[in-house]
Design a protein around this ligand. Structure first.
Ligand code: BG6
Length: 484
């Protein structure tokens, strides 16, 4: 029998991922407007974050300073280059370009900031991968239009795309239209992804005021916006590669009972595949139409929308993958956490301190599952372990647990490549410590680079290399051959 060689393709895009609202800071600098992320307080694993339409005195809003990439971008990019990054995933803060969202003219100072960032990346031969909207929108769009529930926001977004596509057409090739667009299929995503304003101050995860009709209408508007952006982008630069980005939530049936197996498939369809079917195939799948009918959801779909969706299909698929959960028809089974999706405990898996079950094999399973459906290039643009790190007396940070997590996931990606999956890149999440989206904490760290800042917002912001830094450098240098 011939021995199978398992390796990553030449030119594989190794790198790391971030999002403006979680690492950029400078929330009022350079003419930036307030974003939806700027009105969310810090929380903890046990205390939910709050959305406060009016900023409260003395309250910690972690996006305001975050880890201040705004002033540290040269140093940070230098560190990414030292690790050998080929690609760097970042997002543009929409409210830095259009402070109110509906402004007639873009903010030149905001555009100049990203000119400088892209120039710095180019200097180090790092390809930017830009998320156009990562869990934020100009706050005025939430206040004035109730976010994405209003179709006019589509035009504002497309106008924003027009500006950044034209400005950066020679320096950015890879784009993602919306981060984790599918979280709008869940109540949790209503404000974070949909900029739909809750009544008064609201706690994260409190689903009491959820309006499913509105959420799916907002999602439809995002599909239209994404499709129009894809078409527009290709007309500006035919070499653009524009992708969708899905929070891939791997769900196993808890038992082999046909009820559990069917439920797991339905969950996979509704939470994972509904959005990518629209964005990759260009039309709503049958199971979505059935769901809308059964739930009494009546979408306002304008004439011409079907064509827009068909013409705005993405070039590649990208997703985040952190963990897996189980699904059962039995309502009394034990649950586990995860900020986006609660699911059932899997007795075969260990969980992180934040209760996210660790499942490297689930990544191979998921990549096969996705690729078998679409057969287009895939990228894993988020993956990683949120953990508490300890700085030793000599300043070292020995994050062997993180190395172990990443090593096992990369090994399974390699298996997926050997299975025939066309995987083109990997950008682990929070390559530099940043603010947690779910809890607003700094303590939940993902980085190869440590940032001196604590949960209360105190610290020098100094950067230092963790043990995983030199490990990942070797992984990249060997194109994934050396994982020890
Ligand atoms: C993804 C988001 O859902 O998970 C990121 O795209 C987020 O923005 C990441 O930070 C990890 O979640 P958390 O809650 O640990 O920050």
């Amino acid at each position: 029998m011939n021995e199978l060689t398992k390796n990553f393709p030449q030119g594989f895009l190794w790198g790391g991922a971030t999002a403006a609202n979680q690492f950029e800071g400078g929330y009022k600098e350079g003419g930036k407007g307030l974003s939806t992320a700027d009105v969310i307080t810090a929380g903890t694993h046990t205390t939910p974050r709050r959305i406060t339409p009016v900023l409260e005195q003395g309250m910690n809003y972690p996006s305001h300073e975050a880890i201040d990439f705004y002033h540290h971008y040269k140093e940070d990019i230098q560190l990414f280059a030292e690790m050998g990054f080929k690609v760097f995933r970042m997002s543009i803060a929409w409210s830095r370009i259009f402070p109110n969202g509906d402004d007639a003219q873009p903010n030149e100072e905001g555009l100049r900031f990203y000119d400088r960032v892209f120039a710095e990346l180019k200097k180090h031969n790092i390809e930017p991968l830009v998320t156009i909207s990562h869990y934020e929108a100009p706050f005025r769009l939430a206040q004035q239009y109730n976010g994405w529930s209003d179709r006019r926001v589509v035009d504002f977004y497309v106008n924003y795309c027009d500006v950044i596509f034209n400005r950066y057409k020679d320096v950015v090739k890879y784009w993602l239209t919306f981060n984790e667009i599918n979280i709008l299929t869940m109540p949790f995503g209503s404000f974070m992804a949909g900029a739909i304003l809750p009544e008064g101050s609201a706690e994260f995860g409190n689903t009491a005021g959820d309006n499913e009709q509105l959420r799916y209408q907002a999602l439809h508007h995002q599909f239209i916006a994404s499709a129009r952006a894809v078409k527009l982008g290709h007309s500006i630069n035919k070499d653009f590669k524009i992708g969708c980005m899905i929070a891939y939530m791997c769900s196993y049936p808890l038992t082999c009972s046909p009820e559990d197996v069917t439920l797991a498939q339905q969950k996979d369809n509704l939470t994972n595949f509904l959005c990518s079917d629209v964005q990759v195939r260009g039309a709503y799948p049958g199971f979505a139409k059935r769901y809308f009918k059964e739930k009494g959801i009546e979408l306002v779909i304008e004439e011409g929308d079907d064509e827009i969706l068909r013409e705005g299909r993405v070039d590649f698929y990208s997703c985040s993958y952190y963990s897996s959960t189980c699904v059962s028809a039995d309502p009394d089974r034990e649950k586990v956490g995860g900020n986006l999706s609660m699911g059932l405990k899997n007795p075969y898996l260990e969980a992180s301190a934040w209760e996210w079950q660790i499942d490297p094999k689930g990544l191979r399973w998921s990549l096969n599952n996705i690729y078998n459906r679409y057969e287009i290039p895939l990228m894993v643009v988020e993956n990683g372990l949120g953990a508490v790190d300890t700085v030793e007396a000599d300043g070292s940070i020995n994050d062997d647990y993180r190395i172990d997590y990443l090593r096992r996931h990369i090994a399974e990606m390699k298996e997926a490549v050997a299975d025939g999956v066309e995987l083109i890149g990997y950008t682990p999440w929070g390559c530099i410590d940043l603010v947690s989206a779910g809890t607003g904490e700094m303590k939940k760290r993902y980085g190869f680079i440590y940032v001196d800042k604590d949960n209360d917002g105190q610290g020098t912001l100094a950067r230092s290399r963790k043990k995983s830094f030199s490990w990942y450098k070797k992984v990249i240098a060997s194109n994934g051959e050396v994982l020890e």
